[in-house]
Design a protein around this ligand. Sequence first.
Ligand code: NAD
Length: 477
Amino acid sequence: MNFIDGQFVAPAEGRYLDKISPITGAKIYALPDSSEVDVVMAVKSAQSAFGEWAQTKVAERSAFLNKIADLIDAHADELAMAETQDVGKPLELAKSLDIARAALNFRFFASAILHKHEMATDMDGKALNYVLRQPVGVAGLIAPWNLPLYLLTWKIAPALACGNTVVCKPSEITSKSAFLLAGLMCTAGLPKGVCNMVFGKGEPAGSYLVRHPGVPLISFTGGTATGEKIQVQAAPYFKKLSLELGGKNATIVLKDVDFKKIVPQVARASFLNQGEICLCGSKILVQEDIYEEFCTELSQHVEALRVGDPLDKTNFMGPLVSQAHYDKVMSWLEVAKKEGGKILTGGARPSGLPEALKNGYFLRPTLIRDLTNCSEIHQTEIFGPVVTINSFKYPHEAVKWANNSPYGLAASLWTKNLNLAHKLAADLKVGTVWVNTWLQRDLRLPFGGMKASGIGREGGTHSLDFFTDTKTVCIQF
Ligand code: NAD
């Protein structure tokens, strides 16, 4: 069911899509295959709700957001189970990462909006300027499948906090947590029409949301090819656009590290969430002095990572999200083999899976060496548990290699030499550099990518700026 104007409603044209479990390969539910008619209804509802919601006192909007965060916490188990069943991610990860951060997104913007202030300037006593910040209108929010609730709430929370109303289009591959969130919005007493959810495919539902003239702002997270289409479709309407796109992120390991200590962290950065995080380090570059030893240690560690039923706490990885994605990842493995890559570990289904999981999309974490810098794999986002490892002689070579990609999302650097780390961080053409850590997010700071990894920044005041329009008022004394 879609969630439009505060009601759960069937898709107007009565079409549905099957959701297939990544764990068993069986159908688990049906979701609306929404059409333009559903999008039109949702936008109309959001437009009607906008006037009143935009006028709501900031403290009241903040209270709504905190109430939603509390409800997410109270339903954390159910929401985490939905993410596990939809994505195939380990249940413990869904609880600690996806759901915990979804609640935090609402709490963060509930607080941030209370503290936002604007500039005023005095022009030598002759005139006074001040800045008015106003909500934009109906925001179109389009999310991917890998961190479904976390990434959707990263958009919903600031959009609502700023006084916009929203129409969300979650991924057709993972709709359940957004559906459950809609129920929590009702429980929280959010006025009807403030948050609408239209389920279904990118074409037609997502695409029509992008082209709807009544939606002046689009916040999109997903693949680079889709981002390109969205930019073209939105251009004639001069919409505000934020595009958070794909990545091919380097993990750079310098020779001074205590590499035995960092191997588990490098493995985590490579394979967390089955390697299906845009920020995963899929290109490991190790200084040649420690390269052979590092390869051995890392392959042993990765070999020991357990893959299987995501409900089993001892498993580090579950299945890939879908048959189509599994086939895509496997086809890149074939390319790697043809290009001369040597598989150090992985590259096949795990052995000994129980009968019930035999049709699931499981793949062992895979580490490949000996691919050259110009290999196609090094230019492509595989978005799965397939990672390359190569050596470099001097640190500036590693930066050159890391930057040799159409993407510019993130990188991680592992070294005790902080002076060098500052220099390398400055030279990396990416939106985020982690030094001796990975995936630590401070919500106050800008997040986004350079080059084909996106346009714009979200996070902290950047989100509040994006989800509002500013107006300068000049008063002559
Ligand atoms: P996708 O681009 O296929 O789909 C993302 C969303 O866009 C889905 O809801 C889909 O239905 C919708 N969509 C598809 N075509 C559309 C169109 N023409 N118009 C409007 N909407 C359309 O991406 P995906 O496979 O769901 O997600 C994986 C990608 O997302 C990877 O490339 C990954 O790197 C990226 N990602 C980026 C970030 C980031 O913060 N930069 C975070 C997570 C995922």
